[in-house]
Design a protein around this ligand. Structure first.
Ligand code: HEC
Ligand code: HEC
Ligand code: HEC
Ligand code: HEC
Ligand code: HEC
Ligand code: HEC
Ligand code: HEC
Ligand code: HEC
Ligand code: HEC
Ligand code: HEC
Length: 473
């Protein structure tokens, strides 16, 4: 018996090695065979790219560091922008070594494992909800207000998040605690800016139908030209060739029949980039935005097609099942009508309760009144106001541009992200925090008052009163 053990070991070892090698090779070169090795249902955030194994498994034998690199490639900038409360730097600091021993928060996969549907909660968190206790067990001692609170409630009751606390910091609550539910002027900040003197001089030439520069063979139906002549492109000086002949100087006889996102990106790079960061465009990230030197870019090797409702996990309209998500899905050529894109386009695919309730909401009434000219510009709320807000983008060269965020996940979860980017324009902080903590109200698309109240803002008020009293004494 004893003698045979090493042989069995050797056999086991060889089998594992071949198996492991086959697995690793499949992850990199496997094409259609990849699904065989997919060991469990992928999280909702990543199901669309699950066949791009090497997007996460960046290094064939890289283990946890290889995974970390994958996570940071796609989420690094976003966590930095969110002023992450628990960045890796906090945990490589030797002063926190005792805490890391309890929970290795240096690595994303400690809390966000993949292929583990049985233990996966909202936002792909694979930890039991009371884990904050591991590092903050003393909180009740330092903060009398926290006495008796259960650790499950730290991050589930609208008080804290692990990463993004920009709208929940105490000084933010203090500054805004007294705001009324409805502000004086209910207007969304449409972001206005004054162009530099130099830019102000560069007025585009407004084009008309007679200016259309397409070769006669490609002029097409007169409606195209009429639609184009009324669009922002004609008034912005963009002729037919701007889209259909993007390389006119080097290839004068080229005609691109259906210009795609790569062409739009020549003028609208920030829209295309953000599009590839959310669930509408994430499958097109590689190639469109990330240019790679290596031949085995993860998405190219997985041959991912654009997203369609048929591939979705969320409820979708059945007649839209095969509609591909590209730039021209919400912006039909050649109208490029942004009003259609704000609500009607979304409704043509999404079929969840929240979407279907929108038309009955007070926000939609305000939009109707804005369109009828009864309320000033910016009074209405559309799907895009909340999910694709406008903001000012400063580039590295000192330029400024107003862009529409095309990553509709950027402020979606945890939903407190929406406070600063959207609701705060029109509503008070207390009202907003309560509204966003009420799932039934979200399902009704904000028709009615919040049914819950989050107490953290009361505690802040108590502390302010206490401080004022002490000052008086
Ligand atoms: C979105 C990122 C992501 C994608 C895409 C992904 N994985 Fe994973 N995978 C992970 C993470 C994270 C773990 C570690 C899970 C854990 O520790 O429980 C893992 C673990 C595994 C494991 C267990 C062995 C190990 O290395 O820990 C296998 C096998 C595996 N993945 C196969 C695949 C295959 C095959 C594909 C493509 C069809 C794929 N994965 C796509 C993130 C991903
Ligand atoms: C190729 C890019 C890419 C890689 C690699 C990647 N992610 Fe993601 N991840 C996304 C996108 C896109 C989404 C969906 C949009 C969103 O929720 O922000 C997402 C969603 C998530 C979510 C869920 C957010 C939610 O609201 O449900 C978590 C958590 C997450 N990723 C963590 C990770 C971790 C941890 C890794 C490394 C193992 C990783 N991601 C690797 C692109 C990526
Ligand atoms: C100690 C546990 C823990 C670690 C480590 C961790 N996360 Fe998270 N993550 C969470 C929790 C909890 C949430 C749920 C929302 C919240 O509380 O912030 C979350 C949410 C997210 C989200 C979606 C919401 C958002 O704020 O964007 C992303 C994306 C994400 N994590 C990515 C990462 C990445 C990438 C890493 C590694 C750099 C990482 N996480 C490390 C616990 C963790
Ligand atoms: C692995 C250890 C660890 C875990 C788990 C952890 N934290 Fe922390 N947390 C820290 C460290 C380290 C700091 C830095 C300040 C300090 O030393 O207390 C911190 C700081 C904070 C702060 C201070 C505010 C800030 O942004 O600087 C808050 C609030 C907080 N954590 C909440 C939470 C919540 C809520 C959870 C659970 C969702 C959690 N933490 C889980 C280690 C941890
Ligand atoms: C902003 C970019 C853009 C501009 C400017 C533009 N087009 Fe197009 N055009 C497109 C896109 C995108 C398609 C593909 C539409 C589709 O697939 O639904 C298209 C399709 C077409 C087609 C083929 C459609 C069909 O039904 O056969 C013709 C013809 C055409 N354009 C002519 C023109 C002419 C003429 C002009 C100038 C007056 C023009 N285009 C300006 C983007 C543009
Ligand atoms: C040659 C540069 C160029 C190309 C290529 C281009 N655009 Fe534009 N686009 C513009 C300019 C300039 C404007 C007007 C900007 C403004 O009004 O601020 C504009 C405006 C728009 C608008 C807003 C229209 C409005 O009425 O407010 C949308 C939507 C749009 N473009 C989408 C696209 C899409 C989708 C593509 C690819 C099929 C594309 N663009 C290709 C330059 C371009
Ligand atoms: C899911 C629908 C949807 C898709 C897909 C989409 N857009 Fe948009 N886009 C919108 C909405 C909605 C607005 C207007 C938001 C508003 O007015 O509040 C907009 C606005 C724009 C604008 C700015 C218009 C202005 O007035 O400043 C540009 C440029 C643009 N989109 C380009 C693109 C490009 C390029 C793509 C492809 C990467 C794309 N869009 C894909 C929905 C979409
Ligand atoms: C062509 C169909 C289509 C159109 C048009 C469309 N969507 Fe989507 N949307 C999808 C699909 C498919 C997903 C991904 C669902 C999944 O991965 O399960 C998605 C995802 C989303 C998500 C993320 C949901 C989540 O839980 O992470 C939001 C928010 C969203 N869409 C809002 C909008 C808005 C706002 C508009 C209009 C400006 C719009 N969509 C237009 C098909 C569409
Ligand atoms: C006043 C802001 C607001 C408006 C208007 C709005 N939404 Fe939402 N939407 C939210 C919030 C908040 C959530 C919930 C995020 C969370 O907590 O998961 C959400 C969630 C979603 C989701 C994800 C649902 C899921 O189950 O994961 C989709 C898809 C979506 N919205 C699409 C739309 C569409 C389409 C419209 C327009 C018909 C619209 N929303 C209008 C704020 C808004
Ligand atoms: C452009 C301004 C604007 C923005 C941005 C906005 N709202 Fe509103 N909201 C309104 C208006 C206007 C009403 C209707 C007031 C009325 O009926 O008198 C309203 C009504 C509501 C109501 C119903 C209140 C009631 O008494 O029936 C809720 C809840 C609500 N908003 C929540 C939100 C949340 C949460 C956000 C952010 C995700 C948000 N709103 C963003 C303007 C806005």
């Amino acid at each position: 018996m004893k003698k045979r053990t090493p042989l069995l070991w050797l056999l086991w070892f060889c089998l594992t090695l071949t198996g492991g090698g086959a697995l690793a090779a499949t992850m990199y070169y496997g094409g259609d065979y990849r699904s065989i090795f997919l060991i469990g249902k992928t999280t909702d955030g990543h199901h669309q790219i699950e066949m791009a194994c090497d997007a996460c498994h960046t290094d064939m034998f890289g283990g946890i560091e290889g995974l970390q690199k994958g996570c940071m490639n796609c989420h690094g900038d976003e966590l930095k922008a969110a002023n992450d409360s628990h960045p890796r730097s906090k945990f490589v600091d030797p002063r926190n070594a005792d805490r890391v021993e309890k929970l290795d928060a240096r690595f994303c996969v400690t809390c966000h494992r993949e292929h583990q549907p049985g233990i996966t909660n909202a936002m792909a968190v694979t930890m039991p909800t009371d884990y904050c206790a591991l590092c903050h067990e003393d909180i009740a001692k330092n903060r009398p207000s926290h006495e008796g609170l259960a650790f499950e409630t730290c991050a589930s009751a609208g008080c804290h998040n692990f990463h993004d606390n920009r709208a929940l910091y105490e000084d933010f609550l203090e500054k805004r605690h007294a705001e009324p539910d409805f502000k004086d002027v209910l207007l969304v900040n449409l972001v206005t800016w004054t162009p530099s003197e130099e830019n102000a001089k560069k007025k585009p030439t407004v084009l008309t139908a007679a200016d259309a520069d397409a070769p006669a063979a490609h002029l097409g139906a007169p409606e195209h030209i009429a639609d184009w002549a009324l669009s922002g492109h004609a008034t912005g000086g963009v002729n037919c060739s701007g889209c259909h002949q993007p390389r006119k100087r080097t290839r004068p006889d080229e005609w691109v029949a259906a210009p795609g996102a790569d062409v739009c990106a020549t003028c609208h790079a920030p829209e295309v980039k953000t599009f590839t960061e959310g669930k509408h465009g994430m499958r097109q990230r590689d190639g469109l935005w990330v240019s790679r030197d290596d031949a085995f870019g993860p998405f190219k090797s997985a041959n991912l097609t654009p997203m369609t409702p048929a591939l979705a996990r969320l409820p979708m309209k059945s007649d839209a099942h095969d509609t591909a998500l590209t730039c021209n899905t919400c912006h039909g050529a050649h109208k490029y009508d942004v009003v259609f894109a704000q609500v009607e386009a979304c409704e043509s695919c999404h079929a969840d309760d929240h979407t279907q309730a929108f038309r009955m909401s007070p926000h939609n009434s305000a939009r109707d009144r804005e369109m009828a000219g009864e309320l000033p510009k910016g009074s209405g709320v559309t799907c895009a106001t909340c999910h694709m807000p406008r903001h000012l983008l400063r580039d590295d060269y000192g330029g400024e541009q107003v862009i529409v965020t095309h990553n509709q996940n950027a402020n979606l979860r945890p939903n407190e992200k929406m406070i600063r980017s959207v609701c705060a324009d029109c509503h008070g902080l207390k009202f907003t925090i309560d509204a966003l903590a009420d799932p039934a109200l979200i399902a009704r698309n904000f028709k009615g008052k919040p049914a819950h109240h989050i107490e953290s803002i009361d505690w802040v008020e108590n502390r302010m009163r206490e401080r004022a009293r002490q000052k008086q004494q």
